[in-house]
Write a protein that binds this ligand. Structure first.
Ligand SMILES: Nc1nc2c(ncn2[C@@H]2O[C@H](COP(=O)(O)OP(=O)(O)OP(=O)(O)O)[C@@H](O)[C@H]2O)c(=O)[nH]1
Length: 947
């Protein structure tokens, strides 16, 4: 055994250092201080001494640095001298004589306090029976020892328990059987706990052992040997006393006291008034306080009061918690709705923020649209995000932006993807226009025929009409070609005939076709000296397609080479058999120049009209077609209208295409103002809101409002269609274009004096499109070139073609500034010629290879910093510096490149002819070998030609 210091021994023996030092001095063991070391024999002597004097000393065992387990070793004989062991009440009855008896405490082994209590209560008699029993080994104690925490608690508990529960009477009670104390003590801990929780009860309860337990234990050997340990205990005690309210849970667990007690009369405060309510809620735990002493009861009353208050607080808290729970979630909204004033409004606003996506009813999933609709508009009407719709359309292969227009079919397709139906919303235009509602029965009267003159170029159409009208229109036409449709009324002896003068040029095919639709009879002019020509055949076809009867006028009969039979023969080949030859087609031989056969022609026309029984109701609202329109600088939009039905009056509200207006003035074909125009009468009308297109229908209405309504609807539709035209680019088309490569477009803006010219020019120009160049008329309108046209041309890289119009100085300056190509013409042929040239210029040239000559490598030189030089002999043609070469080895092309250097001896040469030697350097290539053939060639540019 090693040396041990005094203080360590003191601790081991549970003695104070001072006491041990005194003992040591008694035993004549010299030590200087508590830090001095003791030899083993000295220690044994001390222990023997102490054992002899105090054999029942407490056994100390340090379990943890802060916990020491103390077990009393009781001795059977002799009684514990109280005066020697006042430190702990538990030790009071312990006999100072060995051996130690542990047997009477079988049950409380789990905790130290029952052992001690039992020991305290145990009478000396039974102890004698177990005297022979050996002391419990330390190991056993350790094994049966509670957990460190419990031990720690146990170390503290005895003092409190005994403070609280050991009244003086209890000590005098007869000792129970060894088992009984355990049984009796079982309920005690709870009660003790309960009392311990209340410092008041603790204070009031008389505790005989308190004085012994106090600081007066300094002299006792079994008192706290370690002062630190004691101070810690004290601190803990104080702490416990200070914070009784920190354990509300335990207080709540003891409601019986509260419930059992009636509210004391001396406590009439508000809080005590609430007691019954609270106590009612906790009746279960009654009965636990009967055994309590009056002191305990009084303390428990106070405690109960406090508990009540706490319970009230808890109750309030619970209520508040409940309230919080109630106003959560959906209940919040339902509750908020019931509230009035601000809160309700606030809650309502909160509710509105919570958007819920709902599926509309089937009836509401039906959208009415026109022919076309802007995507954003459709999305809005369906309540779907435009982006979603665009995505869906992309998946369907339609590329469209939010502001673009989609047609009805596309709209129906995309709407079906979102479970919507699309219906065509028909604006009841017909109902507004009243076209079919008017009763024509009995009001039909005969009307004059509308005749269109058709024929090949220069066969004399205008001349013939001129003769008929007795005017000379040909003289004022630029270039001698009729540029637009004219409508003229001719009065004959047998009635009026209306003539539409349609030019015979190919460019006016579409206009002729339009003319035929409003035509009753076609007069086909064929020059007697020229016979049937391509446009003649085309005119026949158009007439037939329209179901219009044809009267053939064989013109230029005065000419020497006139051969009417040939014309008749050729026409018979095209299905027009003359009456002379047994057919049903009327042939009239005329001479416009000499005014021959004109009357007969007019007679035949009227005869044909009679056969057709042309009638119309002049009493209804006027309806007709625009045959010509223009923007007159002085009069505004002017339209030549051929009335087909009804009578048009000055001042009538009308709709004409997308425009509307009120007839401000009406002029007949000779420029005279008229107040009304009946069926088959051509008139120029003024007062429209814009220039209508040739072929547009004109309808007179009852009021301006209806006219405006129809016009606006048509305008909207027109815009949508225009947008749809540009926006309908599908993925497939895009892919096609990508595969095709770059598509060149020649954008043209057409401005002309009259609409007819625009149509003719558009038709001719677009026909010039070929595989490489596409002609696009991006804008065409009547009137002069405006500033907006320049802007449009600038942004779309277009050229402007003006026909029979001139720009203002301002527009000219703007065009120069914007570098816009602006050209003006008055002859269609020139326009077409220029555009053809432009197309040719835009078409890519092709290149053809032309071989210049060949040279054979006979030697290879390597020049520093230059590379390989082929010493060659030019075998054919010539070799030119800077030209392209092809290096051929054994018939295989090894390299293609350019000549970097060409020398004759040491001089640079531009060209080396055949039969001469030269040195050839190839750009970026050195792997030249003897025997290689150098083929020199160039690429010749082949300019494109428009076929
Ligand atoms: N000898 C002779 N010449 C005629 C006759 N009719 C027309 N011409 C001439 O033929 C030429 C063409 O006449 P137009 O009336 O301009 O022919 P068009 O069919 O109107 O021609 P486009 O307007 O270009 O379609 C003119 O030089 C006329 O003088 C005729 O009966 N006899």
């Amino acid at each position: 055994m090693a040396k041990i210091r005094v203080y360590e021994l003191a601790r081991e023996l549970n003695l104070k250092n001072k006491a041990l030092l005194e003992k040591l001095s008694e035993l004549d063991i010299v030590v200087s201080s508590h830090m001095s070391s003791l030899e083993e024999d000295a220690v044994n002597r001390v222990k023997a001494h102490l054992r002899g004097k105090k054999p029942g000393a407490v056994e100390h065992k340090r379990i943890k640095p802060t916990v020491i387990r103390r077990r009393k070793k009781r001795h059977v004989e002799g009684k514990a001298p109280k005066e020697t062991e006042p430190a702990t009440e538990v030790e009071a009855p312990v006999e100072p004589t060995p051996p130690v008896v542990d047997v009477p405490e079988p049950v409380p082994e789990t905790a130290t306090e029952p052992i001690e209590e039992t020991a305290a209560a145990a009478p000396p008699t039974p102890e004698t029976d177990v005297e022979a029993e050996p002391p419990r080994p330390a190991a056993e104690e350790e094994t049966t020892a509670p957990a460190p925490e419990e031990t720690e608690k146990a170390a503290e508990m005895p003092e409190k328990k005994e403070d609280a529960i050991q009244p003086p009477a209890e000590a005098s009670q007869p000792a129970p059987a060894p088992e009984e104390p355990a049984a009796e003590e079982t309920p005690l801990p709870t009660e003790a706990d309960a009392v311990v929780e209340h410092p008041a009860a603790e204070a009031e309860t008389p505790s005989p052992s308190l004085p012994e337990e106090g600081d007066g234990a300094d002299a006792d050997a079994d008192a706290d040997a370690d002062s630190d340990q004691k101070s810690k205990k004290k601190k803990k005690k104080k702490k416990k006393k200070k914070e009784p309210t920190d354990m509300p849970a335990k207080i709540i667990s003891l409601p019986p006291k509260v419930e059992e007690e009636p509210s004391p009369p001396d406590r009439g405060d508000d809080k005590s008034q609430r007691r019954p309510a609270v106590s009612e809620r906790t009746p279960v735990t009654a009965g636990g306080v009967e055994a309590k002493t009056p002191a305990e009861t009084s303390t428990s009353e106070e405690d109960a009061d406090k508990k009540k208050k706490k319970e009230n607080r808890w109750a309030k808290k619970k209520i508040s918690f409940k309230k919080k729970e109630v106003i959560e979630g959906d209940a919040l909204y339902s509750k908020a709705r019931n509230r009035k004033g601000k809160k309700g409004a606030k809650a309502k606003s909160v509710q509105t923020q919570k958007t819920q996506i709902t599926t509309p009813k089937a009836i509401k999933r039906r959208v009415k649209i026109d022919e076309t609709i802007v995507l954003s508009d459709l999305a809005k009407r369906m309540g779907i995000k435009a982006n979603e719709m665009i995505k869906k359309l992309m998946m369907l292969g339609v590329m469209v932006t939010v502001n673009q227009t989609i047609d009805f079919d596309t709209a129906a397709l995309v709407a079906s993807e979102f479970d919507y139906e699309v219906e065509k919303a028909r604006f009841e235009e017909d109902a507004v226009l009243n076209i079919d509602s008017e009763d024509d029965a009995g009001k039909q009267v005969g009307r004059s025929p509308v005749v269109t003159i058709m024929g090949h170029v220069d066969h004399g159409k205008t001349s013939l009409l001129d003769v008929i009208r007795k005017t000379r229109i040909t003289e004022i036409e630029a270039g001698g070609i009729t540029q637009h449709i004219g409508a003229y009324s001719v009065a004959t002896n047998r009635g009026q005939i209306t003539f539409l003068d349609t030019p015979g040029h190919e460019a006016f095919t579409s206009m002729r076709a339009r003319g035929a639709t409003v035509t009753d009879i076609v007069v086909l002019v064929v020059a007697a000296d020229d016979g049937v020509m391509p446009q003649t055949v085309e005119a026949i076809n158009h007439s037939r397609a329209a179901g219009v009867p044809i009267i053939v006028a064989i013109n230029k009969m005065d000419k020497a080479g006139a051969d009417p039979d040939r014309v008749m023969r050729e026409l018979a080949d095209h299905g027009l058999m003359s009456e002379e030859w047994g057919g049903d087609t009327i042939f009239v031989k005329v001479s416009a120049k000499q005014n021959q056969g004109i009357d007969e022609l007019l007679e035949m026309i009227l005869l044909q009209a009679e056969v057709l029984e042309l009638t119309a109701n002049p009493e209804r609202h006027a309806r007709g077609y625009v045959v010509e329109s223009k923007l007159d600088s002085g009069r505004g939009p002017v339209a030549t209208v051929l009335i087909q039905e009804g009578t048009l009056h000055a001042g009538d509200p009308i709709v004409c295409g997308i425009h509307h207006g009120k007839i401000r003035a009406m002029l007949n074909d000779r420029g005279a103002q008229v107040d009304e125009a009946g069926p088959s009468m051509p008139v120029e009308i003024l007062g429209l809101s814009g220039v209508p297109n040739a072929g547009d229908e004109m309808v007179a209405l009852d009021d301006d409002k209806s006219a405006k309504q129809v016009s606006e609807h048509r305008l909207q539709k027109h815009r949508s269609l225009e947008l749809a035209k540009t926006s309908r680019v599908s993925l497939e088309k895009l892919f096609e274009r990508m595969q095709e490569g770059e598509v060149k477009d020649l954008n043209i803006i057409l401005k002309a004096d009259v609409h007819g010219s625009i149509e003719a020019l558009s038709d001719s120009l677009t026909k010039l499109s070929n595989e490489e160049v596409t002609i696009r008329i991006i804008h065409a309108a009547t009137g002069t070139v405006s500033e907006s046209d320049i802007s449009l041309a600038a942004v779309s890289n277009a050229i402007i073609i003006g026909f029979n119009v001139r720009p203002s100085a301002k527009v000219q300056a703007m065009a120069t500034e914007e570098h816009v190509d602006m050209r003006f013409y008055n002859i269609i042929y020139n326009v077409i010629k220029d555009v053809k040239d432009a197309i040719v210029g835009m078409m890519e040239s092709t290149f053809e290879e032309r071989v210049l000559g060949m040279a054979e490598t006979r030697e290879v030189f390597f020049v520093p910093k230059v590379g390989a030089i082929a010493g060659c002999y030019v075998t054919s043609g010539s070799i030119k510096r800077g030209q392209r070469i092809r290096l051929v080895r054994d018939g295989v092309i090894i390299h293609e490149g350019k000549i970097s250097s060409l020398k004759r001896f040491k001089d640079d040469a531009k060209e080396v002819q055949s039969g001469y030697e030269c040195g050839i350097g190839i750009e970026g290539y050195n792997d030249i070998k003897v025997g290689d053939i150098i083929e020199c060639y160039y690429l010749e540019e082949i300019k494109p030609e428009l076929r």
